[in-house]
Design a protein around this ligand. Structure first.
Ligand code: FAD
Length: 360
């Protein structure tokens, strides 16, 4: 049977949860639908979205692990008689990080319950303008309807599927924080903040780490700051391969990964062997899970499509004159990525403003 709400939020990440909680506080009947499509490697996680599970939170904990390592090394200069070298256990760190994230998943569920927001762990797709179908992991369907629907589905990392072996053997930031064993010698491909941050903590915990950059690191950032970042990283042991593009990833009989790339300056081909290849080449918005007609689109295919294929333009996602649907973009500090991804649709909309319209 169909259940009716004042507001339906699709996506239980930073944007969606903040939106749902605020609307509930204003006395509205609110439901959140959140579902995590496993990564191509099979990694899955709980409520809270990218920031909590595969973004800001685990990343900062891993940076903290790296910083502590540096402090332990420095400590003997301050009189601490710490035996050197101090080995690091990825397994222990990952377990602690994963347990912390799970506690946050639980915390988010409790917060929704406390505010009487109904949570559905289902994958949402539109049936019509006011009705959404949710499909649970076991295939069970739920129909929900609402006057207002917020799409806050965030984004997922892209794979360079044109590169042989990329999808088969590579991982992304969706996987790195959930690995049970150390990634070992790692090649990080990409030049954005996700690439540099992952390379930073991997280097910091003592792993042999290489960053492969096609052109400019941190392109949209202040370039003086960007140089300071990469110089600092290089001085701490991160290896940078600039002006290079990978062309193939092959698994060797012993299990290691052989990566071939082209050095665009010299035009020469080069190769090296790694334990892990981490693609950090950008993210695609998950809202392309809806087709422009509002019917269920090509779920899960988002990362394989060049952004622009199915996602743009998606007229239904644009703010309509009646103010029915929009993206939860301006809520909390963690929604920048979505904001960037959807900036063509943004205009001057503001979530706080929008919630007030809905509630008045
Ligand atoms: C490695 C990394 C580090 C980062 N570090 C920082 C940082 O330090 N500071 C910062 O501000 N930001 C950081 N970010 C960015 C931040 O994580 C994102 O901007 C933010 O999480 C986006 O929030 P969101 O609510 O828009 O989407 P998300 O958090 O991605 O939430 C969307 C949710 O919707 C779900 N969903 C998608 N489709 C459907 C569907 N059809 N049905 C139901 N549910 C669906 C998704 O599974 C997900 O749970 C980082 C990102 C990464 C990858």
């Amino acid at each position: 049977m169909e259940q009716d709400y004042d507001l339906l939020v699709i996506g239980g990440g930073s944007g969606g949860l903040a939106c749902a909680k605020e609307a509930a506080q204003l006395g509205r009947r609110v439901a959140v639908m959140d579902y995590v499509e496993p990564s191509p490697r099979g990694t899955r996680w709980g409520l809270g979205g990218t920031c909590v599970n595969v973004g800001c939170i685990p990343k900062k904990l891993m940076h903290q692990a790296a910083l502590l390592g540096g402090m332990i090394r420095d400590a003997r200069h301050y009189g601490w008689e710490v035996a050197q070298p101090v080995p690091h256990s990825w397994r222990k760190m990952a377990e602690a990080v994963q347990n912390h994230v799970k506690s946050l998943n639980w915390g988010h569920r409790v917060q929704l319950q406390d505010r009487k927001v109904k949570y559905f762990n289902v994958k949402a797709s539109f049936v019509n303008e006011h009705t959404v179908r949710g499909v649970a992991k076991d295939g069970k369907e739920t129909l929900l309807s609402a006057d207002n629907i917020v799409i806050a589905t965030g984004g997922r990392p892209r794979y360079p599927t044109q590169i042989e072996g990329a999808l088969e053997y590579g991982i992304t930031s969706d996987d790195i924080f959930w690995l049970k064993e150390s990634p070992g010698k790692t090649l990080v491909v990409g030049a954005g903040y996700v690439a540099l941050e992952c390379a930073g903590f991997l280097t910091g915990i003592g792993l042999d780490t290489t960053v492969m950059i096609r052109s400019v690191p941190l392109r949209s950032f202040d370039q003086q700051m960007s140089s300071l970042v990469t110089e600092y990283m290089a001085s701490h042991g991160t290896r940078f391969l600039r002006g290079c593009t990978p062309s193939q990833v092959r698994r060797l009989p012993a299990g290691r990964l052989q990566v071939t790339w082209e050095d665009r300056t010299s035009g020469k081909e080069d190769t090296d062997t790694f334990d892990t290849v981490l693609w950090a080449i950008g993210r695609s918005p998950s809202a392309c899970l809806w087709s422009p007609r509002g019917t269920h689109g090509r779920a899960g295919c988002c990362s394989e499509l060049p952004c622009g294929t199915e996602c743009w333009p998606c007229p239904r996602v644009r703010p309509q004159p009646q103010g029915r649907w929009m993206l939860a973009l301006r809520s909390g500090p963690c929604s920048l990525e979505a904001e960037e991804a959807w900036s063509p649709f943004l205009g001057s909309l503001d979530l706080q403003w929008w919630i007030k319209q809905v509630s008045s």
